[in-house]
Every structure is written in C-alpha cells, then in structure tokens.
Design a protein around this ligand. Structure first.
Ligand code: DCP
Ligand code: CA
Ligand code: CA
Length: 651
C-alpha cells in the first residue's frame, strides 16, 4: 500500500486479489497490472478498504517482529524441542498407502463458451461483464486479466478483450459430463466445485501416469474440453500438482517420502490450499518463510508465536502431509442471515434490524428443521472493519425470541458502535452428529490420520482441544482459505457454558504492547485472534442468507444476495460457493459502489442543476448493458466506473 517511502510508484505494494498470478500468468508484467489496478481504483471505497486491510496486516507483522525479538536463546531452544517432538509425531502419521488424483478443468467457463462459439478460439476473451469477470482464457491471462477482476480494469489491460456473458446452465451441463467420466474411475469421487474433483485411484490397476492421461483423454472425448490433473499420496498435494502443468497437463508425485520432501522443499507456501494472501504475507514478512520447507526451518518460531493448532497446520505443510481419507458427504454446518444498511449509531434502529435478522434466520431454520447451539453475531463497522462474536449455549434454539435474546446480549456489549452490517449465524445443529464431538474439530493429527480413537490421538485431543482456547479451532478454520474448506471442515467447538467468545476483538491490538510481558501462551492467543480478526470476513458465508442493502430515500431498495446460491442479484455474475473470499470481496465491491453512487447523487443535489440533467450523468446510473466487446470510449459511460472514479472532480 502507498507510503511516502514508496515515492512515485505506490502501486508496487498494492496487492489485491487482481494482481495475484493464476495459471498462465507467469510472464505477465505484474508491475503494469498493479499500476493499472491502482490507478483505476485509487480514491474509491474499495481502495480505502484495501488500505485498511493492508494497514492491519502491517501492524500484525510489526507485532510479530517485536515478539520474535523478545525471544531469548533459551526460549528458542525450548520451543525448538517442542516443535521437534510435534514434527516427529506428525511424521509418524504419514500415510503413503493411498493414491489421490485431483482434476481441474482448464479455463472452464471460457472453454465451454469457446466450444460453443469457435470464433472465440485464440482470441483474448473473458466470461463476465464490465463489473466483474468470472474467468479469462489463457490468451487474456497474458495481459494480466483474471477471474474476480472488474471487467473495466480488464479492458484497460487488454484493449481487444472480448466479453461473453455467463451461462451457468451450460457449465452445469458440461460439469455433469465430466462427472460421468470421474465416476468410471472412482464411484465415490467428490467434486469441490463445478470444474474440479478428487478421485481415489488407489485401486485402479494401471500406473498413475496412465490413469491421469486416460482420464484426461476420456474427458476430452466426452466434452471436447481439456483439463489438468495431479496425482499424489494425499489430497493437499494432488491439488498442488494439478496446477503445475496447466493447461492440458499433468504432474505425478510418487508415493515416496523423499520425493515428497524434495517436491515440497522449494514450493512457495501460497501454492498450498489454505494459505492465502494474508497468511503468506504475515509468514513471509514476520518470519522470512517463503517455501514449505521454511515452515520446518522456522518451526521453533511458529511454535512460539502461534497456537498448537496453527503450528500443526504449518508443520504438516512443511512435511507435505494431507488428508488421505474420503470425506463423508457434507452436512450443512451453519445457516446465516445478514443485512447491510447505511452506517448508523442509532441503537433503536440496530436492535430493530437485529430482530428482523433473527426472524429471517428462525424462519430459514424452521424450513430446514434445524435447531442450533452456537450463535455468532457478525458486525461490519462504519469503517468496514468486520467483527464476530459467538456464544455457545447449553440448549438448542431456533425461535426468533431465543435467537434475539442472545443476539441482543452480544450486541449490547458492543455499544456504542456505528454499523453498516449485522449478521447472525447459527451452527452446531442438534442432529449434526458432529455438533458435540466432531473428530474433525479436534486435532490436526486426527485430521491427517483419521485415527481419532488411537490413544495418542486421544491424549492430543485432550491437550489441544478440551483444554485449549477456542480461538485455536477458529484459527484453523481461518487458515482454510477458499477451496481447502473441504479439507478441513472445522467449526466452533462445543462449549460447556454460556461463554461469549471474542473471536476478534480490537483489544488484541491495542493491548498488545501490554501483553509482551505476558506468558507465551497469552501472546500466542493474541496472535491467533488478531489473524482471526482479519479473517473473520470468512466466518459468515454470504451464500447462506440474504444480504440486502437498506438504502436511503435517494436510492431504490436494492437487494444484494446470491440467487440460487451462486448468482449475484446485482450484476448477475455467478460465483461458486467455495469462492468465499471472492464472494465477500464482490459484495463489498457492490456495497461500496452503492455508497459512492449515493454520495454522488447527494452531491448532485447540491451542485448546479445542469449537472443533474446531464445525459451522461443519467446514463451513468443505468444498469450495465450486455456487450460483446467494449471500447475505452464506451467505458466512460458505464455506471461501474463511477465507483472507481474520484469525486473530487466529479465532472
Ligand atoms: N470462477 C468464478 N469466479 C472466480 C473464480 C472462478 O466465477 N473468482 C468460475 C469460473 C471458472 C471456474 O469458476 O471458469 C473454475 O475456476 P478455476 O479457478 O478453476 O479457474 P478456471 O477453470 O477458469 O481456470 P484454470 O483452472 O485453468 O486456471
Ligand atoms: Ca479450472
Ligand atoms: Ca477449479
């Protein structure tokens, strides 16, 4: 993010989701992409929010550095001993008996569109619209155009970019065809999105290399589409491998410990599902961890600074361990509802909203015959800071009255506060056999080995879960950024009493300086909850409830939500449920857009009448039209641009 020391190239440190490389983007001029994204978004609400997030991470890194400096040689050797012991235990859980294949379609939506319209072949194209892109083909990626990027920024990067609107039915149709093929190799395969799946091919009687080629050929014959595959002894590595030779390629990692260690030694940590921008940044800048192997080199520090749950996860990454079992079909883990409105401190209004949300949640729960015992309140403050608070109850609840009773207590503790969003989530359902004792919630060892009943695992459960702070578990969840949610379905642990968990609290930060003299355990707790605070964005999934924007009299009532769980009600873009971060970013984006529009319309009221009557200005407020191709001239007229334009000129 821009600081004065970065002089005339502030974009160099502007790292948004748009500037991160995907497959096919290796040769891209990253600085150019950063500059374009920076220039087009500077001054916008989105930009301000990115700045706030970046400042948070910087502060977090600074704090960690201070903690590292405080560690004496004696501390370090103490933690090294603990870390070594843990690494040996994790190593003992290594399972090389299974062979997993991960398959992922190449530029999926774009490839389907090209199949149906061959004139698109070889030309840079993106699926989506000027507000947002679902994906781009490999020709467009050379320009830095990628999924999740606003289309008007993509146009700036690639003048000849062709846009094709999304058509989810088509993608579902082709997805079904691919699944027919997967079933032949593993009837129990499990798909993690429309375009990817894990297959257990342990029993298939040909070499992994042959299975992967045969499967890819079969998919091509069935669909006319190419895909990439990775084969490895566990799912975490299989997914990493499927991305290595994209597009239309494969990579086989043999079931051999030395091969895995060599493979993992130079692998950047960001390649691992579960390590996203924030974790990467923090580990790199605070501890100098870049590769998976560095996780083992710095194990004493990881052990000293993070909870056992997090350090276990980091060590397992360093060892190249991952899950080898076939997960059971997933049950719903939580249900939520949230509302966005103009930022306000008005307590009567906030409690009224809370009542509405509790009612919606209760109705939704009753429709699905659910009754839960963990209630989470999510708040977004006027400055876009996200906070979550959870309460675990002894009884299962589902009525509006019960939900509101506990939710009100939690909200009361936060007052006074200016909010722009309130959300409620219920989890730990009555019939969820995991609600009390979910083995997945217990230890990474269990998660890796699936042997939760072994004596050693049991003692670890005791140590790591029963006696540990709940933040550890929450933090594990937080490390599961995006796709890896499937790998580690963690949820809030059961609690014995009505405890309010401060999953993310500003006091973590403000009190940090007092805490340096505290015990290491307390310090680790602060680290966990600080990371947690930032990540709490992910804790309420927007797909699960309605996200409606309450608007002022200057704006029409607009409902921001995911229709049928994947279609954005505002721009029509389709975002799979597993794209948690992208979905939150997407909703924030629209919300910021609304705010800007609202501000500008208020401004217009105070400005000269000629401006209000300007045909350009009125056009700018219309809904975006579907276009096959855009030119930079047309871009001046799209409403989305008003979101990123600075209001200081407001011409
Ligand atoms: N998708 C989306 N929004 C995103 C990312 C993806 O709508 N932010 C959709 C469009 C993609 C599909 O999901 O085609 C699969 O996503 P992938 O991440 O697998 O990306 P692609 O298949 O497009 O490209 P590749 O896997 O070749 O990198
Ligand atoms: Ca894909
Ligand atoms: Ca995919």
């Amino acid at each position: 993010m821009a600081t004065s020391s970065e002089g005339d190239r502030p974009w160099q440190s502007y790292n948004t989701a748009y500037t991160n490389a995907k497959a096919g983007m290796d040769g891209v001029d990253k600085e150019k992409v950063q500059r374009v994204v920076y220039e087009m978004s500077k001054g916008s609400k989105y930009f301000e929010n990115e700045q706030r997030k970046e400042a948070f991470i910087k502060q977090k890194i600074e704090n960690l550095r201070v903690q590292v400096d405080l560690l004496t040689d004696k501390d370090i050797s103490h933690f090294q001993m603990i870390a070594n012991k843990r690494i040996i235990e994790l190593e003992a859980s290594r399972d090389l008996s299974k062979i997993w294949l991960h398959v992922d379609m190449d530029a999926f939506y774009a490839a389907v569109e090209t199949l149906e319209n061959p004139s698109l072949r070889g030309r840079p194209m993106a699926v989506g619209g000027l507000s947002m892109i679902s994906t781009a083909n490999y020709e467009a990626r050379k320009f830095g155009v990628r999924a999740g990027m606003p289309g008007f920024i993509a146009c700036k990067l690639c003048q000849d970019l062709i846009f094709v609107p999304t058509n989810f039915e088509k993608y579902t149709f082709y997805s079904e065809l691919t699944r027919k093929v997967f079933r032949r190799y593993d009837p129990d395969f499990f798909a993690t999105s429309l375009d990817e799946a894990y297959l257990n091919i342990t029993e298939v009687c040909i070499s992994s290399d042959e299975v992967a080629s045969e499967l890819r050929n079969a998919i091509f014959e069935e669909t006319g589409l190419t895909c990439s595959a990775g084969v490895a002894p566990n799912r975490m590595l299989a997914k990493v491998c499927s991305d290595l030779n994209k597009p239309n390629g494969q990579f086989i990692l043999p079931n051999d410990k030395d091969a895995i260690i060599t493979f993992i030694s130079s692998l950047p940590i960001r390649k691992i599902g579960g390590i996203g921008k924030v974790t990467e940044h923090i580990l790199r800048d605070a501890l100098g961890i870049n590769t998976c192997e560095d996780m083992l080199q710095k194990s004493a520090f990881l052990c000293a600074l993070f909870s056992s749950c997090s350090s276990d996860f980091f060590f397992s990454v360093g060892l190249g361990l991952g899950r080898t079992d076939t997960p059971e079909r997933k049950m719903r883990k939580s249900i939520s509802s949230e509302r966005t409105f103009r930022a306000t401190k008005d307590e009567a209004f906030l409690f009224h909203k809370l009542g509405d949300i509790a009612e919606t949640l209760s109705i939704d729960m009753q429709k699905e015959c659910l009754s839960g015992r963990t209630l989470t309140l999510k708040l977004k403050t006027a400055s876009f800071e996200i906070r979550t608070r959870a309460v675990s109850l002894q009884t299962f609840i589902h009525t509006k009255e019960d939900i509101l009773k506990y939710a009100s207590r939690i909200l009361k503790a936060e007052l006074p506060i200016s909010l722009r969003l309130i959300g409620l989530r219920m989890s730990q359902f009555r019939d969820d056999k995991n609600s009390n004792l979910d083995p997945m919630q217990k230890t990474i060892v269990c998660f890796l080995s699936g042997e939760c009943d072994s004596p050693s695992a049991r003692s670890l459960q005791k140590q790591d879960c029963v006696n540990s702070d709940k933040l550890e578990i929450q933090e594990c969840l937080d490390f599961m950024e995006g796709n890896s949610m499937q790998d580690l379905e963690l949820d809030f642990p059961a609690s014995d009493d009505h405890t309010i968990e401060r999953h993310c609290d500003k006091f973590c930060f403000s009190e940090y300086h007092h805490s340096v003299s505290n015990s290491v355990a307390e310090r680790r707790e602060l680290n966990d909850s600080c990371v947690d605070e930032f990540r709490s964005n992910e804790s309420l999934q927007p797909n699960e409830g309605t996200h409606s924007v309450e608007s002022s009299k200057h704006m029409k009532e607009v409902s921001l939500r995911w229709i049928d769980d994947y279609i954005c009600s505002v721009c029509g873009i389709e975002l799979p449920v597993s794209f948690i971060e992208e979905r939150l970013e997407h909703l924030d984006y629209h919300f910021a857009q609304r705010l800007e529009e609202e501000e500008s319309s208020q401004r217009r009221i105070h400005l000269a009448p000629v401006e209000r009557c300007s045909p350009k200005a009125s056009h700018a407020r219309q809904a975006p039209r579907k276009k096959q191709k855009c030119s930079s001239k047309e871009l001046n007229h799209i409403p989305i641009e008003s979101f990123f334009s600075k209001f200081k000129k407001n011409s």
